[in-house]
Design a binder for this molecule. Structure first.
Ligand code: NAD
Length: 427
C-alpha cells in the first residue's frame, strides 16, 4: 500500500528543491519551509433540528514577511490540516510571484455545504470568525472565498467581525458582494487571470488561439470564466468534468463543436455541477471522470481540486498536449510533475496561473481602504497587467536559467520572501 497523498509534503518538497537550488541556509529553510502560525478550533452550531453539531475549523498563517497573510477559506468534508498548511504555503508564493504586498494564509472547515441549510452555513461562518476574530484583520490576515464558499459566506464573516470589533472593517475579508465592499471583476478574476497567462504562453509558443482546442477538469467558478474568455480568444473547448453529488462520482461532458457557456450556465448549479440529462438534450456526451484529460487537445486546464494528476494520468494525455495551466491549487503531484516535465509540456504552475483571484482580492482591499471603487474594465485591465508581467518574469527566468516553469516561479517567490524576511531581521 502506498502512503496516502499529503499535499503539505508535496508543498514542502517543492520548496526544498528550490531552496537547495538557491543555496538557502538552514534557518531560511526552517522558517519558510514550515508554517509560521496555526489555529485549530471547534465551532459549535445549532442545527435546524435543534441539536448542536461541532465542526472543526482551521486558520494557518504561513508567512507575513511581505505583508498581511492572505488566503481563502474552504468548506470541504475531506478538509485536513495538512491540506490547509499546503495551501497557506502556496499562497505565500502566489502573492510573491505576482508581487503584491501580502503574505500567505489559508483556512478551512470540515463540513459539506451540500447537506447544510443556509442558516446552518451562516452559523459556521459566524462561529469561525468568533474563534479567530483577534488573530485576523485588515492588517494581519485577510481571508477570502475558496472551494464551496462564496460572497454570501464572506459577508456573514465580515458582519460578525464588525460586530465583535465595533466598527466597519470592509478590508478584513475579500470576495464580498459588490455594493458591500466587493470589487467588480472578482467573480471572473481567477478564471480570466488563468487565461491571461495561457494567452501569453500561446504567444511564446507561436500558437494561434483560433487553431487551439482545450479541455478542463472542474466546472466551478474558475473553469466557467476561464472557458468564457478562452472561447472569446477563439479556442474551442471540447470537454470539462464535474463532481456529480447525486451519483457521488465525477463525469466529463463533451461536445466536439465546443462547450457553449450560454447554454450551460442555465443547467449548472452553484457548486459547479451540471444537470446531465439536460446536457444530453443539448447534445453533450457524458463520459467518465478521466475523459477530460484523454482529449486530443492542445491545452489542459485542471481547475477542480489538488492531487488529480500523477504519472499514470500523464500517460493518458494526448501527444498533442502542449500547455497545462493549473487553475486549481496543487492539481499535480510530484511524480506527475516529473512526467510532465520529461514530456516537455509547457507548465503554467498553480501559484502563477491562478493568482488572478488573490490579485483581484488585493485590488478589493485597496478599494476598501480608499472607499472608492473602480469600474470593472479598470479592475480587469489592472489584473491583466499584473498577470501578464508576472507570467513574463517567470517565462524569462525559465528560459535564461533553463528551468522548469514551476521551479522558475518558485525561485522568484522564494527569493522575494527570503529577502523580505532578511530585511526584517528574521533571518
Ligand atoms: P468551485 O467549488 O466553484 O468548483 C469546483 C469544481 O470542481 C466543481 O465544478 C466541481 O463539480 C468540480 N469537482 C470537484 N471534484 C471533482 C472531481 N473529482 N473531478 C472533477 N471535477 C470535480 O471551486 P473553484 O472556485 O472553481 O476552485 C477550483 C480550484 O481552483 C480549487 O483548487 C481552488 O483552490 C482553486 N482556486 C480558486 C480560486 C477562486 O478564486 N475561486 C482562486 C485560486 C485558486
Amino acid at each position: 500500500m502506498g502512503e496516502a497523498y499529503n499535499p503539505y509534503k508535496t508543498a514542502q518538497a517543492q520548496f526544498m528543491k528550490v531552496a537547495d537550488l538557491l543555496g538557502l541556509d538552514q534557518s531560511s529553510k526552517d522558517l519558510l519551509g514550515n508554517t509560521q502560525r496555526e489555529y485549530h478550533f471547534s465551532i459549535p452550531v445549532r442545527m435546524d433540528d435543534g441539536t448542536v453539531k461541532v465542526f472543526r475549523g482551521f486558520r494557518v498563517q504561513h508567512s507575513d514577511a511581505r505583508g498581511p497573510c492572505k488566503g481563502g477559506i474552504r468548506f470541504h468534508p475531506h478538509e485536513t490540516i495538512d491540506t490547509v498548511r499546503a495551501l497557506a504555503m502556496w499562497m505565500t508564493w502566489k502573492t510573491a510571484v505576482v508581487d503584491i504586498p501580502l503574505g500567505g494564509g489559508k483556512g478551512g472547515v470540515i463540513c459539506d455545504p451540500h447537506n447544510l441549510s443556509m442558516r446552518e452555513q451562516e452559523g459556521i461562518c459566524r462561529g469561525w470568525i468568533r474563534q479567530i476574530a483577534n488573530d485576523i484583520g485588515p492588517l494581519r490576515d485577510v481571508p477570502a472565498p475558496d472551494v464551496m464558499t462564496n460572497n454570501q459566506h464572506m459577508l456573514w464573516m465580515m458582519d460578525e467581525y464588525e460586530s465583535i470589533h465595533g466598527g466597519r472593517y470592509p478590508g478584513v475579508i475579500t470576495g464580498k458582494p459588490v455594493g458591500v465592499g466587493g470589487s467588480l471583476g472578482r467573480t471572473e478574476a481567477t478564471g480570466y487571470g488563468l487565461i491571461y497567462t495561457v494567452r501569453e504562453a500561446m504567444k511564446e509558443l507561436g500558437m494561434d488561439p483560433k487553431n487551439t482546442t482545450a479541455s478542463f477538469q472542474g466546472f466551478g467558478n474558475v473553469s466557467q470564466y476561464a472557458i468564457s474568455l478562452l472561447t472569446e480568444l477563439g479556442s474551442r473547448i471540447v470537454a470539462a468534468s464535474y463532481w456529480d453529488q447525486a451519483d457521488r462520482k465525477a463525469y466529463t461532458f463533451r461536445k466536439e463543436s465546443g462547450l457553449n457557456m450560454e447554454e450551460l450556465w442555465p443547467i449548472t448549479d452553484k457548486f459547479g455541477s451540471i444537470n446531465k440529462d439536460k446536457a444530453r438534450d443539448l447534445g453533450y456526451e457524458i463520459l467518465d471522470e478521466n475523459a477530460w484529460l484523454e482529449q486530443d487537445v492542445d491545452i489542459l486546464l485542471p481547475c477542480a481540486l489538488e492531487n488529480q494528476i500523477n504519472a499514470d494520468k500523464v500517460k493518458m494525455m494526448s501527444k498533442k498536449v502542449k500547455i497545462i495551466g493549473e487553475g486549481a491549487n496543487g492539481p499535480t503531484n510530484l511524480d506527475g510533475d516529473k512526467a510532465i516535465q520529461d514530456r516537455g509540456i509547457y507548465m503554467i504552475p498553480d501559484f502563477l496561473a491562478n493568482a488572478g483571484g488573490v490579485t483581484c482580492s488585493y485590488f478589493e482591499q485597496v478599494q476598501c481602504n480608499m472607499n472608492y471603487y473602480w469600474e470593472k474594465d479598470e479592475v480587469l485591465q489592472k489584473l491583466d497587467t499584473k498577470m501578464t508581467s508576472a507570467f513574463h518574469a517567470v517565462h524569462e527566468l525559465a528560459k535564461k536559467r533553463k528551468l522548469y516553469m514551476r521551479d522558475a516561479a518558485y525561485v522568484i517567490s522564494i527569493e522575494r520572501v527570503a529577502h523580505a524576511s532578511k530585511l526584517r531581521g528574521w533571518l
